[in-house]
Design a protein around this ligand. Structure first.
Ligand code: CP
Length: 321
């Protein structure tokens, strides 16, 4: 595998292999005071973020550092992007400066694939490109870490019903999860106001409804989505209040879930909007598990793209650097 651009590109075998690899990394590091494996020594990984991030950028940085890669963070706000440099020139420049992998977040859907195409035709075949969120399109490592968290709780996901709730229209997390969780055998139900569904959702491997209360009693997990006001040009329908009343996960709705059910949110959470102030801290919540899983999943992705062909290709057997 050269790039990770889309969860839709992953076969079931690809996804299971990555999730199992992530588990091996978690086991390899468990209980160690020094969390440093030599796996990516000498490799250079660059995060290139044109949109804000806490979880994704930090966990890629931690993942790279725990694998001994040189990790360089490029923020659009403090780079020559602010002088008008194009995305193409920026990407080619970072490859020329030594990037083995570019981890890219950008507001334009398709930007990660475009960077892979722009940089792949030169000397050396270009860097590996990892899509860390491209507009409303995809966020494949988020879906992998969500699947990892669910597998930790339930084992294999075949037949599990996962309700994905909220602003599907603007959510790259929803699209990536729709594909990946379906590939892993889960039944994915999108619950959203009709105004916050994308055109073409009929082609996704999901069922669609707007009745949240009807779905909760049969759900093994509910994944709340952030309301992405920054992509709504100043207003959205339904109103914030109506959205919160009809689609917010409050205490009453939490009580409708079966006892074994899990609660996920990709973060950042808007407490009091899509999720009740305290609901995010309920015992069913996997929110912080998701963040922890993000590091191990991103280690697995970097390993697969940059090191799985090398001699030092057994993370579980790797000794601390
Ligand atoms: N889930 C997610 O992508 O969070 P950040 O925007 O903080 O990276």
């Amino acid at each position: 595998m050269k790039h990770l651009l889309s969860a839709a590109d992953l076969s079931r075998d690809d996804a299971v292999e990555l999730l199992d690899e992530a588990a091996r990394f978690e086991q390899a590091l468990a209980g160690r005071e020094v969390r440093k494996l030599p796996t990516l020594r000498g490799r250079t990984v660059m995060t290139v973020f044109y949109e804000n991030s806490t979880r994704t950028r930090v966990s890629f940085e931690v993942a790279g550092k725990w694998m001994s890669a040189d990790v360089i963070n490029v923020s659009a706000a403090s780079s020559s992007v602010n002088k008008g440099e194009s995305l193409r020139d920026t990407a080619k420049t970072l490859y020329a400066a030594g990037a083995d992998a570019l981890i890219v977040r950008h507001p334009a859907s398709g930007s990660a694939a475009q960077i892979a195409a722009w940089t792949g035709d030169g000397e050396g075949g270009g860097p590996s490109v990892i899509n860390a969120g491209d507009g409303t399109h995809e966020h494949p490592t988020q879906a992998l870490l969500d699947a990892y968290s669910l597998r930790q709780k339930f084992g294999e996901l075949d037949g599990r019903k996962i309700a994905v709730v909220g602003d599907v229209l603007h959510s790259r997390v929803a699209r990536s999860n729709a594909h990946l969780l379906s590939t892993l055998g889960a039944e994915v139900v999108l619950v959203a106001p009709p105004t916050l569904l994308p055109t073409g959702v009929q082609t996704w491997p999901v069922r669609v409804t707007s009745d949240l209360d009807a779905e909760l009693p049969g759900a093994d997990a509910v994944m709340m989505l952030r309301v992405q006001a920054e992509r709504m040009n100043g207003g959205f329908f339904p109103s914030a209040r109506e959205y919160s009343v009809r689609y917010g996960l409050n205490d009453n709705r939490l009580a409708l879930l079966p006892e074994h059910a899990a609660l996920l949110h990709p973060g950042p959470m808007l407490r009091g909007m899509e999720i009740g102030f305290d609901v995010a801290d309920a015992p069913q919540s996997l929110v912080l598990e998701q963040v922890r899983a993000g590091v191990h999943v991103r280690m697995a992705v970097l390993f697969r793209l940059l090191a799985s062909d090398s001699a030092d290709n057994d993370p579980a057997g790797a000794t601390p650097a």
